[in-house]
Write a new protein. Structure first.
Length: 167
């Protein structure tokens, strides 16, 4: 499913608003718990562990991809996307590295921003990478991902199709 580009730009701006200063970055138990969830998600991608991925995602999670701005809505949709990716002969292993986690003092929500990297699983040459923002919510039991928005900044020709750079 694709959203109107205007809506995506607006959503991206909203997700990244407020995390512009490194002074806002948290270094507390909530930020560490979010970092732990991100690490678990990264490990689950590398280990092809769809169940762990599902445990990190909120039921109504949204994902906006980095290059095509495709929208994936819901935990089950995203878990199926990962399962399909695990079976691909051209599979990329993704890792997200948080640079800042900002935790709301008033609500059980947090904003994470950082860098992401995708590399072929089979040691083929190439890399795709960029920036991301993610919104988390504590549901009473754990921090769960509600929204992830990715922006592709670099992509090796061996990974990205020629038409991906067309404007």
């Amino acid at each position: 499913m694709r959203l109107n580009r205007y809506v995506i730009v607006l959503l991206s701006a909203l997700v990244s608003t407020g995390a512009s200063s490194s002074n806002d970055c948290a270094n507390d138990a909530s930020a560490q718990a979010i970092q732990d969830q991100r690490s678990a998600f990264n490990a689950a991608i590398a280990e092809e562990d769809a169940e762990t991925i599902a445990s990190v995602l909120a039921e109504d999670v949204l994902l906006i991809t980095g290059t095509d701005s495709d929208l994936y809505s819901g935990r089950e949709v995203q878990v199926e996307l990962w399962r399909s990716d695990f079976e691909s002969s051209e599979r990329l292993v993704y890792e997200r590295t948080p640079e800042c986690i900002q935790v709301s003092e008033r609500f059980p929500i947090a904003l994470e921003r950082g860098r992401w990297l995708g590399q072929p699983e089979n040691d083929s040459p190439g890399v795709v990478q960029g920036s991301y923002s993610a919104k988390w919510r504590h549901d009473g039991a754990a921090w769960r991902l509600e929204v992830e928005v990715y922006m592709t900044e670099e992509c090796s020709p061996s990974i990205c199709p020629e038409d991906a750079t067309a404007q």
